[in-house]
Structures are given as structure tokens and as C-alpha cells.
Ligand binder design. Sequence first.
Ligand SMILES: *Cc1c(COP(=O)(O)O)cnc(C)c1O
Length: 365
Amino acid sequence: MINPGRLDRGYEKYASEYEEKALEVLRSGWYVLGKEVEAFEKEFASYIGSRYSAGVANGLDALSLAFRALGIGEGDEVIVQANTYIASVMGITMNGATPVFVEPDEYFGIDPKEVEAAVTERTKAVLAVHLYGLSCDMEKITGICKKHGLKLVEDCAQSHGSKFNGQMTGTFADIGCFSFYPSKNLGCFGDGGAVVTDNEEYLKKIKMLRNYGSAKRYYNDEVGVNSRLDELQAGLLRVKLGHLDELNEERDRIAKAYLEGIKNPAVTLPRIREGCNHTWHQFVIRCGTRDELMEYLKKKEIGTIIHYPVPPHLQKAYGCLNKKKGDFPISEAMADEVLSLPMYNGMTGEEIKTVIDAINSFKGA
Ligand SMILES: *Cc1c(COP(=O)(O)O)cnc(C)c1O
């Protein structure tokens, strides 16, 4: 069985480096908020091209703390694309703010025309999600935010190393939010996350909030949370960050093989926005008979995943928003048609060929 997102091969690539670092941290006697986190924050900010970075416990916390630091809460609206992972939306609603859904463009990114049309007096921010590893149209999005005086947050949980017109995702916004969940392009070995920003006030606020609202030990200015990146994850992330470009190049080679090899009229291949590099967090095809294709591949021992079968506005968790099927037809059609093909570091040429041949032999219904 080809497991669509196996992680052991990626670990094996640099196993001795990870193991050496893990032992170093274990033997150091210091496990939370120490020199590994500080060093990682510096190195990550420098890689992204931001002035500052702060490690947090996961990507959801990065988002919720970002909106909190921006002062967004009850009564405020945040515009977000309807075709995203539910964590993007939870980052908004955890602060009491209201998500205003809009449709994506053909590249799965938030559609600037839709954003412009959704702005009201209550709109405080836009959340751009660089879904699957491809940047949203940041030129248009930043323009709209400037014009209407809106804050901008980027959900970069799937876009470590993705650029728009040569500029790294995460640097367009007031605050960029990253997840280091194991399956992400820069994944750690447990949970982890970070924010990046050029604004010192936002940085200070998030560093204070992540540690019980305390900037000075045992003096608490606000009711914060416990959301810290630990030393072990930070150390392992430093090792992986040093290889992130190679890891992304490997994903790009797999994607190129798919793009050249897959020739089946029943399947629509992903397209790359002009001026962007795709980091292929997921290689997502569309197929009108997706469920049949998924079943067909499964019979051929090829695992695939749907990212995501139910859009947030149709989830039970968001019944309170009173949305119904048909409200966001483009996002809903994506949920019915998308399929993520196997994509992982260490994928062999033979495995890639097996996937390509299987898809090419599928007869659409
Ligand atoms: C993974 C992910 C998150 C959440 O990250 P966690 O670390 O799992 O909390 C948020 N947004 C998107 C788009 C994601 O893919």
C-alpha cells in the first residue's frame, strides 16, 4: 500500500542529525523556552525574511494569538475563504470574532474580487490561506487591505517556503502564522507552531500571551494561555529548517513527474499561479467522479486523502453560523472533487510511476 503522506522516509533522510540534536536537548536539562527556541525563532525569522518570530504550541494557537494581538474580537468580522481547513476559522471564532466566508479563485486561494465585495463597516481583517502550498494573489489582497484599512493575517500552515513574486508568504501580513504539525513541509515530531511579524508590539504581545500573560516571571498582565514551543521540537526544527529548501525541491520533482505523466481527461491537474513557486504541501487533482477514482486507486494499493470533504460552513461545529449547502458553490464543488495524491519526502521513482500509471488507467464513469 502506498501511504499518501508517510513520514518515516523524511525522518530517515537526516536521521543521525535529528538523533544527535534530540540527545543534546535531552542531556541539556532545559526543556521549555530556552536557547533552542530562541535560536530557532531567529533562524526561522531570517529564513522567512521577517524581523521577528515567536514559537507557539501549534498552528491553531498561532492564528488565535495573532488575531488577539491585533485586537480583533466580539463584533468584528474577518474575511476568510470557505475552502480551508477548519483551524483557520477556529483561530477567528476563538476570539469571539465572526468569520465572513468568501469563495476561492481557480488556484484554491482567497478570491480578491470576493474579498472586496464582502467588506463591511464591521470588517477588521482578512485571513489569506495559502492552501496546499501555493500563495494567494497577495498583490491584490494587500491592495484591498490598504484601501479599506484592514489588518491582514496569513495562514502559512501549508506554505513554508512558498513565495509570491519572489517574496515569502508570511511577510505580506501584519502577522504570518505557521504550523509545524508533523505532516507539514516543515513539520516537527509532535505539535509546534510560530508567528512571524515585523511589528515589535505584536511580537511582545504574543510572547506575553503564550506564557500565561506574563512578560516578567510571576507577574501577569493579562489572562493568557500556555502555548509554548518546546526545546526538543525547536531543536529538531532547526535541523529540518536547514534542509527545507532541499525537501521542497524534492516535492517539486515529484509534482513535475505527476504533471508530465498524468494524462487522463477525467482528471484536472493543479495549476501554478504566475510569479509563484508551489511547495506542494499537497498535490491536489480534481475529478468529477472523485469517489470512484479514490476507490479505484485504493484497490490498486494507492492511498489518497480528501483535503477537505466538508467545508467549515457546513460543519456541525459551525451550525451557529446558519449557513447551508449552496451558499458557497465553488468551495462545495471543490470539496466534492478534490483528491490529494501521495506526496512525501523519500517517495521513490517506482512509487511515483505506480501512481501515474494507475491514474492513467482509470476510466472516468
Ligand atoms: C495544519 C493547519 C492549521 C493548524 O495547525 P495545527 O498545528 O494542526 O494546529 C491551520 N491552518 C491550516 C491551513 C492547516 O493546514
